[in-house]
Structure formats: structure tokens, C-alpha cells
Design a protein around this ligand. Sequence first.
Ligand SMILES: *[C@@H]1O[C@H](CO)[C@@H](O)[C@H](O)[C@H]1NC(C)=O
Ligand SMILES: *[C@@H]1O[C@H](CO)[C@@H](O)[C@H](O)[C@H]1NC(C)=O
Length: 220
Amino acid sequence: MKYSTTTAACVLSVAGSALAVPLLSLKLDVGNNMTAADLAEKIAVVAPMSTSCSSQFPECVNNTAMAPHFLNAFNLYEITEPGQIAGVLALTAFESGDYKYKHNTNPDHHGQGTSNQQMAEWNYKYAKSIPELKSEVAKQDPGTSDAQKDAILNLVVPDEYNFGTGPWFLKNQCSPAVLTALARGDDAGFQEYMGCVGTTMTEERQAYWNRAKSAFGLNK
Ligand SMILES: *[C@@H]1O[C@H](CO)[C@@H](O)[C@H](O)[C@H]1NC(C)=O
Ligand SMILES: *[C@@H]1O[C@H](CO)[C@@H](O)[C@H](O)[C@H]1NC(C)=O
């Protein structure tokens, strides 16, 4: 399993820090020209608890604060079909407890986290792919000790990277066939995506996917 459903820990996020790609230069037709405000509304449907954050969850980011980062990442990793965007939101919302956690709650799961709750080896690959993090992540090579895993996760939990892992994983770790299947926006496509991330459908995952389908008008 690449994913686990448990989450948590405490690191301050760098809200509002510089985006990797300026929002004014959207180069793709993301979700039929969705704006950050449109996306925030859809995130609220998929992850109903994301509309506010309680101080009980210091890593929590609300829907309006995360939307520009998601939009940026969908552009960067060329996730532009409504079904693909819906799929990434359904998965990440479920994995992160409606975006309340960036670190996995299981202290034995060193390096597992971000909105995608992906395991350490994926965070290592993701961090290595980001030019701005290259030199910092190199200090943690080969990324296999618990301390290295923890340090690498801390590099990718600031908001501008935290919301990029779902889009990055789908684009770079799933096959083109999975991207095509997910673009259909149906249950079989979402199941293929779950196969790619190494998990299976559950009632809870289906509930997130159902809300995502409804947010993006994919109910046929
Ligand atoms: C998105 O915006 C671009 C630029 O304004 C426009 O050419 C394109 O037709 C729009 N696409 C949709 C689906 O509205
Ligand atoms: C969402 O988060 C941002 C950044 O922390 C904050 O400024 C805004 O007030 C929050 N919105 C709500 C509805 O809590």
C-alpha cells in the first residue's frame, strides 16, 4: 500500500508564499478555465469540512487558501480534464482528512504526508523534481533513513508544494491509460486511479468520489 488512511503532526505551513508558476500565466485550459474561486467552491463540495480550520489542527488549510495552489499544480502537471481534477481532489481530501493533516498520524510512518499522504519514497522523488528544492533534498540523499525521510517531508509540506503531490503523482507515477480512464469521470476510471495509487475502493472513498463527481457535473 502506498497510502494509509491515518494522518497527522505539527509543522507550520508557509501560507501565501510564492507560487512556482504565476497564476496570471495559466497556459492550459484547466477544468474549462476554472478560476481559483470556482475551484474553492468545488473543493468545499468534495471536502465539506475544509471551509474552516480549527486551531486544533495546526496543519489545516481551508478551501479558499488552498485553491490557488491546487490550480497552479493542475497547470504545472497538466491535469486539465474535469474528471482528473475531481479524482485528485477526491483522493487528497480523503487522505488528508479534508486537508487537516500534512504529516501522517502514525509516528512510525516517517516521511509519509502532504495532501496526498504519499509515502516517503514518493516525497523524495517529488522533492527531487522541484528545481527550488534540489540542493536541499540532495543533503538528504539517499532519503532512506527515518531522519532523512522526515527532513524531506518537511521540504514539501509548505502550501506551494503540499497541494502538488496529487497532480504530480497522477501525471508521473500513473500510466497514460489511467489518466485517460480518469478523464472519463466515471467509477471505473476512479477505480483504475485507486489501483495506480495502490489502494482499493471503500465506502468512504466512494463517498468522496461521489461528491467530486457532483461538484464537477460528472454524474451521468
Ligand atoms: C478558455 O479561455 C481561453 C482564453 O480566453 C479561450 O480561448 C478558450 O476557448 C476557453 N475555453 C473554454 C472551455 O471556455
Ligand atoms: C482561509 O484561510 C486564509 C489563510 O489562512 C484566511 O485568511 C481566511 O480567513 C480563511 N477563511 C475562512 C473562511 O476561514
